[in-house]
Design a protein around this ligand. Sequence first.
Ligand code: FE2
Length: 433
Amino acid sequence: MVVRNIHKRLITRLFLGWIALSVVLGIAAFFIKLEQIDDLVQDLAIAESKQILKDKRYFSPNLSEQEHRILTERLNNHIENGNFTVLELYDAEVKKLFEVDSKNADAMDAHDNYIEPKEKLGKANDSMFTDNITYERFFVHGRVFLQYVVPLFDGSHKKYGYLEGVYRADDHIMEDIWNIVIESLLLVVASVFATAILFYPIVMAMNKDLIKLTGDLSDANIGMLESLGSAIAKRDSDTSSHNYRVTIYAVTLAEELGLEVEEMRRLIKGSFLHDIGKIGISDNILLKPGKLTDEEFEQMKSHVTHGSDIVGKYAWLKDAVDVVANHHEKYDGSGYLESLRGEDIPYNARIFAIADVFDALTSKRPYKEPFSYEKTIEILTESSGKHFDPKILEVFIDLSEQLYDKVRKSEDEVLEKIMHDLVRKFFYTMNHS
Ligand SMILES: [Fe+2]
């Protein structure tokens, strides 16, 4: 149960970690790969522009109008047949010589969505006219466009002009780009996954040790709880079975009432230790067969204070205080030690009071013989709203006959086992107190 819980939590955490890390590293990988994409597209663009620039007439001075028209037509052909959507040629003084644009829908969108807004913002491409190749990448409809300016130098390294182009990655290039991106993302996802897989057995092995240690500690603590409870139960009833029985009654009732695990643990600790303060009461009062005198009864009451003192000193036992301090309070305020009434009495203590009195009435004590089940229920019912919380009592009476039958027929060893199982059910879960 505990181990399965850890498996589940670990797998959930590793899975979430895997997703988160994949997303972060995937984004990082994508941006790194963008540079590779830029290089790829730029190489292609430059190769294509070299093709165009083989014809040196574009830059010859004093072109006739007819020659200009013919050359413009040639550039238009390049655009129609190649990947450029804009081609502009400038002389060395950045005076525009030629300009052709594609009427392709993608190219128009690229112009409307990227180039024109940029120009309107005053970020015209003046800054791109330098002695080096400059470029900017943008995406339109998921397609890569590269706007770039190449300075052109002749054989004697003299700059004679610029070529500005907007290069559109065609389907084939986009497929290459997607392959680059997907490959790197898959690599990221796979490496993170492999790391998680590697971590899993390591963390599990470490956890196994921890679980064993926690189990040992719980065993030790619960063992101490049982021993302490039994020690005191033996003082006034010869056996530990009173403690086993009240714990079984209280836990069964609390389960029916739907108590939270944390509260249930407090109730169990309280059930074991409810009368621990009797260690401070002398035998002639504790074991007196007859009725106690007023003075003796006052001393008897002090077992509640002694008990609170004892459990209050130890963090793990402190949980029992609700029951230890309040198990003799009565619903109508006539109990001790604080004369609390109604819902001022902790819920745990109200549950426990019913279990405790039910067991006292149905058991033999130094001063009395056991009452029958029917007589006991009669007494409890008469005390509804006086000694006991009526709502809780009603639930207890409904389940009491079957429960009493089971407990009455069981040997001490069987009772011990029933109680052990109940305790384990609430203490050996993941959220340890
Ligand atoms: Fe008591």
